[in-house]
Design a protein around this ligand. Sequence first.
Ligand code: SF4
Length: 485
Amino acid sequence: MSSNQLSDSPKEECGVIGVFAPNEDVARMTFFGLFALQHRGQEAAGIAVADGAGMSVHKAAGLVSSVFTQSVMEKMCGHYAIGHTRYSTTGSSSERNAQPFMIETINGPLALAHNGNLINSAELRNELMQQGVGFSSSSDTEVMTMMLARNGGATWEERIKHAMQKWIGAYSLVILTRNGVYAVRDPWGFRPLCIGLLPSGGHAVASETGALQTLGCEAIRDIKPGEIVALSNNALTVTQALPPVTPSAMCVFEHIYFARPDQTWDGINVHHARQRLGEELAHEMIKGWKEEGRQMKESADVVIPVPDSSIPAAIGFSRISGIPYNDGFIKNRYVGRTFIEPTDSLRKRGVALKFNVIHQNVLDKRVIMIDDSIVRGNTMGPMIKLLRNAGAKEVNVAITCPPIAHPCFMGVDMGRYEDLIAHNRSIEKIREHVGADSLYYLSAEGMMKALQRTDGFCQACFTGRYPISVDFSNVKTGFERGIKS
Ligand code: SF4
């Protein structure tokens, strides 16, 4: 049983970090930055370090704290480093696909760590294989690394720029060379990447501002879509390698679910955005219930979140609806982050391995349960059952985004129509399937109102309108399944 089966939210692919800090213990800084990005991937972790002459890498399956021991860290010396935490779908592929990827090139050693997914990687991989290049993994990151190794150009910026012209899809990258660190973001801006100034000089770049704050960074800004930024001690060297696509297409799930609540992108703080998602949901649901002849305040007793990501939304929902907030579930944060398989009898307990109910808070109550999303619909039903077994009189489910009816090809693990419960199924059918008394989803308009923007976000999994044209027969999920089997 993987963490996958114990949660019905989308699964993020990775977190990345890069540090340029001559005279500092960059490996240790990268370790602590990765620690702050652990929520973005718990299956594998890696760090590559360069010292101006050579490069070394250490990576393995497991949590950051178990992959990097004191003795490993002592051997990782240098001034420049990149790191990666990985989420992947199968245990066996974790080691092989762990990042950073490191290779020797004609221009010196090169390492790369990637958050995202190229939708044309199968095509690019085939091209390289035709030219005699072999691969050791099923990862598109290896394809990107090989392309950089083979590209001509006088500088790494030129080689990266050349490759970006061929890459289609989501990529927030950190690249390590013998004597430099580069940050690269795709022109759509699908995945986040931000940069800050270290207190001792030098710079750090990471998927989330929380990791930069851990390192004491100041003057934090987003890497803009289409940019290559060479980290340095003082001024950054910024190259606008490709024109940014307008409007940009940042993954809206970063705000709904993936990111830590302390994260702020483009002036939007995640915690506050989630509170507003709950407020908008309450406004819409009060209206909907009224049309059905129900006054919400008299028809429900308690608002409970599915921890942790839905806590701010439940607070916002309670504030607008006037229905008291309380904790209903206690989450074991460590289940799903273990590689020990449960026994058959434990496996049957399903979500009960991860969540316990505070009976006194739901007994004889009409509950409104707030969650961030339903992807496959496998865990929502058992969670509702847990509440009913604890004596809840009614379980009404409210979701802080619209139904996920289309796959994602840009780096989130929901790549097939047949896996999505909302594909070709009405909300009423989903309600029946999960066994809720009622089921509400926030509208796309309400979601954007909560994010205080009219555009700038990818919403393709709700709408089916992809920011890039997708050839469904040739996307990466297809070749990955082939390789992994
Ligand atoms: S399709 Fe959905 S999950 Fe994928 S990038 Fe777009 S918003 Fe994010």
